[in-house]
Design a protein around this ligand. Structure first.
Ligand SMILES: [Zn+2]
Length: 306
């Protein structure tokens, strides 16, 4: 028995450096050991301040080469773009992070961990390609907020599988019920899941590693962005944070502006990978926890019949 379903496009947290951006003025704030959190609700600001004090000191423990700088978190009613989960803005000497004030607690913590990596990365990481920076931020977020990992990894596998083959196929038990009542029955099924991306406009994975995510054309960025985020996550997962740091330092010592794609592919064990090799790498993201998270989550739309 087969079931076809469609994955909605992921919201992604971006490193934004907009020339006209200003830190939003907000009525209330709470100082923390690591900076300040501002927003409209004192209760929410105080809660997020505690989350910041819990997460900020952990970033340098898992990411070598971090800078020490005070962190300015602004809790906003709406992000500048509806598909952003969070953003870190850098304007000359000014830097601040925006997060949606009404975000659920686990999502907020995972997004803050992701943005803290953008915020604190030091100059040793300057040769890291933009595509990989997003993957690094996601990897650290999943390390510090493990509950956020399985669904995002599952979505990345579906996105990369769709980019490779037009869809991602896997076997799992049949899902019975919907929403919070959803559970697995005994019957095994083959699921075919598609992310809504246009493969005709996609670069190859090797080409994508040469792109800087901040230089992409705005009209292509949304769709391409989810593939780049997924690709960055896969490559960072296979290389590991510390070995990736060493590659960045090596590129810096050789006066390169960016780590060459071939170094990245070699370190990820994918330099000679054909389509099957990439498929095996993508499957490596998708274990039992990811299968369960994808199938039992609220909102996965099964659009076609069996
Ligand atoms: Zn980001």
């Amino acid at each position: 028995m087969r079931l076809l379903c469609t994955l909605s496009l992921l919201a992604c947290a971006l490193l934004a450096a907009c020339r006209t951006a200003q830190p939003p003025a907000l009525p209330t704030s709470a100082p923390t050991v690591f900076g300040v959190v501002s927003g409209t609700s004192q209760e929410r600001v105080s809660y997020v301040a505690r989350v910041l004090d819990e997460l900020a000191p952990q970033i340098p423990l898992v990411v070598p080469g971090c800078d020490t700088r005070p962190i300015d978190v602004r809790l906003v009613a709406e992000m500048a773009h509806s598909n952003w989960r969070g953003a870190t803005f850098s304007m000359r000497s000014e830097r601040w992070m925006e997060l949606p004030e009404a975000e659920g607690n686990e999502r907020l913590a995972a997004t803050m961990a992701h943005e803290l990596v953008h915020y604190l990365l030091g100059s040793e990481w300057s040769t890291l390609p933009g595509v990989l920076e997003e993957g690094l931020c996601d990897k650290v977020a999943h390390t510090l907020v493990p509950g956020a990992g399985p669904l995002e990894r599952a979505e990345y596998a579906v996105i990369l599988g769709t980019a490779l083959d037009g869809s991602y196929r896997f076997d799992a038990q049949r899902v019975i019920g919907k929403g919070k009542a959803a559970h697995f029955g005994p019957e095994m099924m083959t699921y075919t899941v598609r992310a809504p991306i246009d493969r005709d406009t996609m670069p190859t994975f090797e080409e994508a590693l040469r792109l800087d995510s901040r230089d992409l054309e705005p009209n292509r960025i949304k769709e391409l962005r989810v593939v780049l985020d997924a690709l960055g996550y896969l490559i960072v997962s296979r290389i590991g944070v510390h070995d990736l740091h060493q590659l960045c330092r090596r590129a810096h010592l050789q006066n390169l502006t960016r780590v060459p794609p071939l170094w990245l592919l070699e370190a990820a064990g994918l330099e000679r990978a054909d389509r099957d090799g990439w498929r095996i790498a993508v499957d490596g993201l998708f274990g039992d926890a990811e299968r369960r998270a994808l199938l039992l989550r609220d909102g996965l739309q099964f659009q076609d019949g069996r």
